[in-house]
Each structure stands twice: as C-alpha cells, then as structure tokens.
Design a protein around this ligand. Structure first.
Ligand code: CA
Length: 233
C-alpha cells in the first residue's frame, strides 16, 4: 500500500518543521503549505489522504479552508489550535473538521491522531462496502434497521432520545461531535437549555451503556466542546 499523504498547513516554520520531520521519519509522505490559499490549491492538486490544518493562518481563517474543502470532499481534517482558541476549535468542528490537536502537542499525540484517523477511514470504507445496517463496536451492537441496540448480546432498554443519541454517536464513531451539532440533530435547534438536557440524556445513556460510568469505555467527554464515541478494539 502507498504511504499516506498528509497536507500540512501551518505558517509557523518551527512547528511546520517539527510536523514534517515527524511525518518523514514515520513513513508518511507530506506536502506543506503556509497559507490558506496554498492549502486549498494543494488539497485539490495533490490529492492528500489527511489534512493537518492550523487555524490561525496569515491570509484567511482556517475555518474558511475547511468550508472550501468540505464543499467538494470528505477528506479528513485535523485542526491545530492554540489553547486560547477554544471557540475557533468548536467552529472548526462544526464546519466539518474531524478532530483537533491543541498546541503545544507532542509528537506521540500527533502520530496517535493520525493513526486514529486512518483507522476511522478504513473502517468507513469497509462499512460503505458492506452497506451495513448493523454497527458493532466491541460488545456494543446498534441495529439501525431494527432501531435497537445490544450490549453483550442483551438488548439495551433505551428511551427514544437515548437511542437517537447512541445512533448519532455510532454513525460518527471516532469523530468529536460538538454540543451544537448533537442538539441540532436531536432537537433541531441548539439553545442553552438543550445543551443542559443533552448532559442529562448523556448521563442516563452512559449508565446503561458503560460498565463503569467513572471510566467510560465508549463515550469520551470533551469538556466545553462535545462528545466522541471511541472505537473499542
Ligand atoms: Ca498560525
């Protein structure tokens, strides 16, 4: 198989060099871009497998790059943001980014995110080939056609809202879903009160789903951002 090609979009030269050196020594190919314009051109012309995108670019907002790429492609995008840019991170996820890294990040963290994204990609491809109507993740099974879910072979007794939540998370396994994205999907709107309700429903869903609610296996909380279903190996 070909080495995966990563498009690195970062205007800060030391950070860009750290990333490209890491990629080179870990069997990835890469192309680097320092502006949003270059990023959009390279995304079209170089056919990358994954995009690593800094949000603070000199010529445009990184979110504009995401919107542009999303208008023609589902190419996975991992955004890189500073800790002070939490609101930007959420905007980026809502615009269609798949995951994020917060600066400063370690080389191990970067490689782990890339591997997780590649796993998600191969899983999505396999699922599309099967046109699967049943989702499995470790001991969890969601039967989309039947509208029910099983854990360790036993049916979970879920309320309609809990089921909708579980379905949404499972259909986006590996991806961080923001509070806004989730509440829009479940209730068709996103008010402050909906985010509060979401917390309550998530707690009751977890009680039924997670063997140990204190160290959740399936659903990860991203404080102030949203939730992600993890792929359980
Ligand atoms: Ca920057």
């Amino acid at each position: 198989m070909n080495k995966p090609m990563v498009l690195v979009v970062e205007d800060d030269a030391p950070v860009r060099n750290l990333i490209t050196t890491t990629l080179k020594t870990n069997d990835y190919r890469y192309i680097a871009a320092g502006t949003g314009q270059q990023a959009i051109v390279s995304a079209v012309s170089s056919n990358p497998d994954i995009v690593l995108l800094d949000l603070g670019l000199p010529d445009m907002d990184g979110v504009e790059v995401i919107k542009n790429v999303r208008s023609w492609s589902n190419l996975p995008i991992i955004v890189i943001s500073a800790r002070s840019e939490d609101a930007d991170k959420i905007r980026a996820l809502d615009a269609g980014a798949d995951d994020y890294l917060t600066k400063p990040f370690s080389v191990e963290e970067l490689l782990a995110r890339l591997r997780a994204t590649q796993r998600r990609l191969s899983y999505m491809t396999a699922q599309m080939l099967e046109a699967a109507s049943v989702f499995t993740n470790g001991e969890l099974t969601v039967d989309y056609a039947g509208g029910c879910a099983y854990l360790n072979g036993e049916e979970l007794h879920l309320t309609p809202t809990e089921y909708k939540l579980l379905k949404l998370l499972s259909q986006n396994v590996g991806k961080v879903l923001t509070h806004t994205f989730i509440t829009q999907n479940i209730w068709g709107r996103s008010w402050q009160s909906d985010v509060a309700s979401l917390r309550v429903f998530m707690a009751t869903l977890r009680k039924k789903l997670e063997p140990d609610a204190d160290s959740p296996q399936f659903i990860q909380t991203h404080i102030g951002v949203g939730y992600r279903m993890l792929r359980v190996d």
